[in-house]
Design a protein around this ligand. Structure first.
Ligand code: BGC
Length: 338
């Protein structure tokens, strides 16, 4: 009996040790994710995918505790949120800056706290002594081995927009006057995505040898309602002179669809409309012909890359400074081939 009790006791002790080791063996990483604005259509898809993808990487012994914060498009608010992340000892931060001009100050604080940082979506650029941005890699990323940027090259999405117009039978010159008359609806002008898309969509046309004529260039701040309003105004002012509507993103292009329909205009017949992001609704419009094209801004590829790099940082692995995710042209031929 004594012997039996001793064996039972030993077995119980072993079992408790095993379960204790199990609980001990679970590592939970704290991940802070700061998004510039929750109401942004594209960043909502991106944010949800970050969450979903982190979940798929969890194991019995590794968990990720995610904290998402909404910068509400206010840099002061986001700065406070980052300071809270630092106080909370986050193991890694994923940051979609409200203002890339504040990158220096924010990165310094995060680096000083020795927290690895993955910047996403809004690329901070190098700048000269007068504060003008330069087309060069950014020192705050290059000089910090635990800081990187994950994103798409906005020159590519802009170029793709222009190329989709150049590839049309009339190359966007509907009235045959020898030039492509367009309006541009821009995202937040401080954002390099907006600057590059504006510049490179037109450059693709001029590089291909076409003459262009800018009728109107306005800031719609990535916003659907603003996009609709600006497009409606331009159609009232310039009527059938408007041959191409370039929108820096799909949210604004969705607004433009409404403005175009309301004005009695028909995409593919008397006007062309281009966006960027390939939001589900936009792809549907490309399919039905209500939009000429969009560009896949791959939120799945980008969010997965950002998470993979964050995990590398958590594991103490070395990382690159920059990770680029390719865009894809989404025109009618492409959609039909899916
Ligand atoms: C997207 C926009 C989005 C912006 C936010 C861009 O890359 O195309 O839809 O509003 O990022 O920074």
């Amino acid at each position: 009996m004594k012997k039996f009790l001793a064996i039972l006791l030993a077995a119980l002790m072993m079992m408790s040790m095993i379960s204790f080791a199990g609980a001990e063996g679970v590592k939970t990483y704290k991940v802070g994710v700061a998004i510039y604005q929750f109401t942004d259509n594209f960043m909502t898809l991106y944010r949800n995918e970050i969450e979903a993808y982190f979940k798929t990487l969890e194991t019995d012994s590794v968990k990720y505790q995610l904290t998402f914060v909404d910068g509400k498009n206010d840099m002061a608010e986001q700065t406070n949120q980052i300071r809270n992340f630092i106080t909370q000892n986050m193991d890694v931060i994923i940051l979609n800056l409200v203002q890339t001009s504040s990158a220096d100050a924010i990165i310094d604080e995060i680096v000083a706290a020795d927290i690895p940082l993955v910047l996403i979506n809004r690329e901070p650029l190098a700048y000269d002594a007068d504060g003008n941005t330069l087309d060069e890699a950014y020192e705050g990323i290059l000089n910090n081995p635990k800081v990187c940027y994950v994103g798409a090259d906005a020159r590519q999405s802009g170029t793709f927009q222009g190329e989709m117009v150049a590839e049309l039978e009339n190359h966007g010159d509907i009235n045959g006057d020898g030039k492509i008359s367009y309006i541009m609806i821009e995202g937040d002008p401080e954002n390099i995505d907006a600057q590059y898309r504006t510049q490179y969509s037109v450059k693709a046309l001029t590089d291909a040898g076409y003459e262009v004529n800018c009728l109107d260039d306005q800031v719609g701040n990535w916003d659907q309602t603003k996009g609709q309003e600006l497009c409606a105004n331009a159609l009232t002012s310039y009527g059938y002179d408007v041959e191409v509507v370039f929108c820096n993103n799909d949210a604004m292009a969705l607004g433009a669809v409404t403005a175009i329909t309301t004005a009695g205009r028909v995409v593919g017949e008397d006007i062309y409309l281009l966006g960027v992001d390939a939001l589900e609704e936009a792809v549907e419009y490309v399919k039905t012909g209500e939009m000429t094209g969009t560009v896949l801004n791959d939120h799945i590829g980008q969010s997965h890359k950002a998470v993979d790099v964050a995990v590398k940082l958590l594991n103490g692995e070395e990382i690159d400074n920059y990770y680029w995710v390719d865009d894809v042209q989404v025109n009618k031929a492409y959609v039909d081939s899916l």
